[in-house]
Design a protein around this ligand. Structure first.
Ligand SMILES: Cc1cc2nc3c(=O)[nH]c(=O)nc-3n(C[C@H](O)[C@H](O)[C@H](O)COP(=O)(O)OP(=O)(O)OC[C@H]3O[C@@H](n4cnc5c(N)ncnc54)[C@H](O)[C@@H]3O)c2cc1C
Length: 341
């Protein structure tokens, strides 16, 4: 590639989304990842694009809302440019509602009416979603969406290449440099400093051969059940601060699978066809870290997607492209690297 405007280190959902947004705006982009696209947390199977509850509104929730709204056009654009599916669909989310939770659900429904223009959080009878076999009432939100992580990263790579950008294992750094190196990057930055900048939280997940594609995703008893368009259904995830092997799936996942089989009738007899573990990049603030790199003069950082990196990616791509290409800083103060130091 002759001359590169932007080099992105890290081909996870953050790096690839930023690269795509920059390429879409006309920049020549190079993505470098020695381990290959989707080698980190973004190479999994779960892919819930789901909002926080519509209450105690803050900059992070507003940013996430705008990103979730933008996701449809963003991933449709990737699909058009790559001719590949990302597995995106705004299929909504169902959560069982116990009678004692009804008053709070009504408060949240009112919150959504005020804070989620165009989208709803509402109480429905569970029989509206017969495929889930739930009793009583549920909360349904029509903002949540699903994405297939592996397909989305592959589609982003193809879209970038179709736009004349480069995705490679090794090449010189040229132009403006963005570090989106996931938990490795957070750990590396913390080395030798008084306080850890961030680190990694392990998650284990599973994939069932269960074709539930016409159902919304289900959040039940802290389990995420995500029906994908390809006839598989994902189950996530453990949350482990202490781990030694980042890739191994163990008895903690077996327990999750047993709970899912107990709680969700369509999964009772469905075979598990994949088990996957990854390390979520978690900054000390638990929020994304976006902006000018705190330790590398003239360079940039986008990291800390933690548990909601896929849902945040379209918003992260927009503000990082604004900053890197146009010098416009539209990043919430809570996400600035200084806040996490
Ligand atoms: C089990 C599990 C389930 C999850 N479920 C969801 C979900 O349902 N919804 C959701 O929104 N999020 C979910 N997440 C979180 C989501 O996966 C992460 O927030 C997101 O993938 C982070 O993306 P990233 O690009 O920042 O990091 P990564 O995907 O980790 O990418 C970082 C990349 O940087 C590369 N790299 C490292 N060092 C260098 C270097 N020196 N130079 C170049 N490249 C380098 C790595 O090889 C890697 O490919 C889940 C995570 C896990 C583990």
């Amino acid at each position: 590639m002759a001359s590169v405007d932007v080099t992105v280190l890290g081909a996870g959902i953050f790096g690839l989304s930023i690269a795509w947004e920059c390429a879409r705006r006309g920049a020549k982009v190079r993505v470098i990842d020695p381990h290959g696209p989707g080698a980190g947390a973004s190479g999994g199977v779960v892919g819930a694009l789901a909002p926080h509850v519509p209450e105690q509104w803050n900059a992070k929730k507003a940013f996430q809302f705008n990103s979730l709204v933008a996701a449809e056009a963003f991933f449709r654009g990737v699909e058009a440019a790559s001719d590949l599916s990302t597995g995106y669909a705004r299929s909504g989310r169902v959560q069982p509602l116990a009678p004692e939770g009804r008053a709070l659900a009504e408060v949240r429904a009112a919150g959504a009416r005020a804070l989620w223009p165009g989208f709803a959080w509402r109480i429905e009878t569970a029989s509206r979603f017969p495929g889930w076999h739930l009793p009583g009432e549920v909360v349904f939100d029509d903002l949540s969406a699903r994405l297939h992580p592996r397909r989305a990263t592959a589609a982003l790579v193809a879209a970038l290449r179709a736009a004349g950008s480069e995705v490679t294992a090794d090449a010189p750094l040229q132009g403006r440099v963005i570090h989106s190196t996931g938990h490795h990057g957070l750990i590396q930055m913390s080395q030798g400093r008084a306080r850890a900048f961030g680190g990694g939280v392990k998650g284990q997940s599973a994939l069932f051969a269960a074709d539930l594609r016409d159902l919304p995703q289900l959040y039940i008893d802290a389990l995420h059940i995500i029906p994908h368009a390809d006839g598989t259904t994902a189950l996530g995830s453990t949350s482990e601060n202490d781990w030694s092997d980042p890739t191994i799936c163990d008895g903690q996942l077996d327990t999750l699978i047993m709970r899912a089989r107990d709680l969700v009738p369509p999964l009772r007899d469905a075979p598990v066809i994949d088990r996957w573990a990854g390390i979520r990049p978690r900054a000390r603030s638990r929020a994304p870290v976006l902006g000018v790199h705190p330790f590398r003069a003239g360079e940039f950082i986008a990291n800390g997607g933690f548990k909601i990196g896929f849902g945040m990616a379209p918003g992260v791509a927009r503000v990082m492209a604004d900053l890197v290409l146009d010098g416009r800083d539209d990043i919430p103060a809570a996400f600035h690297p200084d806040t996490c130091l």
